[in-house]
Design a protein around this ligand. Sequence first.
Ligand SMILES: NC(=O)c1ccc[n+]([C@@H]2O[C@H](COP(=O)([O-])OP(=O)(O)OC[C@H]3O[C@@H](n4cnc5c(N)ncnc54)[C@H](O)[C@@H]3O)[C@@H](O)[C@H]2O)c1
Ligand SMILES: [Zn+2]
Length: 419
Amino acid sequence: VNVVQDNDAALPDTLPGGQVSSATRLRGSGEYSLQLTSGLYRLQHVKVTRGLLTPRNPTLRDCLGDRSALVVLSPAVHRLYGRHIERYFGAPGVSPAVEFMVLDRTESSKTLDGVLEVCRRAASAGLRRTSPIVAIGGGVCCDICGLAAALHHRGVPHIKVPTTLVGLVDAGIGIKNAVNYGGRKSAIGSFHPPEYSLLDIDFLASLPRRHLVNGLAEIVKMAIVSDADLFGLLSTDAVALVESGFHQPAAAATQLIWQSVAGMLSELAQNPFENADFRRKVDFGHTFSPYFEVTSGYSILHGEAVAMDIALSAEIAGSRGLLAADDLDRILSLIQDLGLSLAWPRTSIDALWASLAGIMDHRNGDLHLVVPTSIGGCEYLGIEALSLELLRECTFRLHRRGTDRFWTSAHGLSDSVGV
Ligand SMILES: NC(=O)c1ccc[n+]([C@@H]2O[C@H](COP(=O)([O-])OP(=O)(O)OC[C@H]3O[C@@H](n4cnc5c(N)ncnc54)[C@H](O)[C@@H]3O)[C@@H](O)[C@H]2O)c1
Ligand SMILES: [Zn+2]
């Protein structure tokens, strides 16, 4: 930076150093105002592969190069894939300086403590500035590791290897990382893009049915707001995919996931740091859902809550004449056919309404509620378009359509949720 003395000399038009983009002298005083331009250009690679953990697959090896790394596994991944992981990293050509940790955190313990746990391990492993934290697990593991990577040394690279359906189509490809805080869902976090997202649908073979269905809700979200073809694919093949553990029909399994990933990435790319606009299609299903997740003590899974939010938002669109009755019916039928619920019997409409204040803070003062206007289209509603009474009526209609099937079925929720 060129230091300009407080005298009558004119400020130079350009200053050396590149980063200071302008300088002005405040009139009549000895003070200057400098403007600093800074920007971080980040490239995120999303790689699609199969058999990621087989030693002959070079993908992960190539991503690491000769860097040391901290590999973080969720307990289920450790139990199911620990031997494969050991074999993979023991194979010749893989960086020898890889440390491991098992992160025993669930949705209800997705907190800053978990982030600090990873930071402590990164420090004790001597993880350097260019060495990545590699998360191999579901959305909880990816979120915690992403935030730890943003904090360790004020930022080290991270690699996401999502092993759940929610992870593959959402948490593992986004650049946001957040943990729950102060009774709020994903309340604190960072924008810290992963260096690599490595997507392998083979992990879904071991995923319990409830978590498959849970992940489908995020695909339903993308389909309704931006991709009518994807909605068609879900309607014809999703039930069979769940029944077969995401094996059959094989072509539909890959098509469904990659079409959803491509749709998600193209939406995210338009406003990655959410500073261009607070109206985001991918917020569909994420306005009322935090209420369901938090109030149920996280016994309702993320995707299950998203599905109930989608149903309520669609019902609101229908009641305001924005969505045709047959499209509303197709949306609600798909949710039910997948084995997801339309509404939570324990909903307190007053509390649901009150929860919107926090969402509005997050969206800079308005609700920007995403509602479908067709299969494949949407628009945004401000808070003035809603009322407590409207929420009550719409929730009532969803209950009347039938939610008992879900809450009394084998979701393991019937003891925590009144029917
Ligand atoms: N950052 C983002 O952009 C973003 C986007 C969507 C969701 N999320 C977050 O993701 C979380 C939900 O993620 P989730 O649904 O993956 O939950 P999760 O991480 O809790 O995983 C679900 C369960 O499946 C187990 N598991 C993981 N992989 C497995 C496998 N291959 N086989 C068998 N079991 C396996 C896990 O150990 C866990 O018990 C929420 O906290 C949500 O807020 C974040
Ligand atoms: Zn989500």
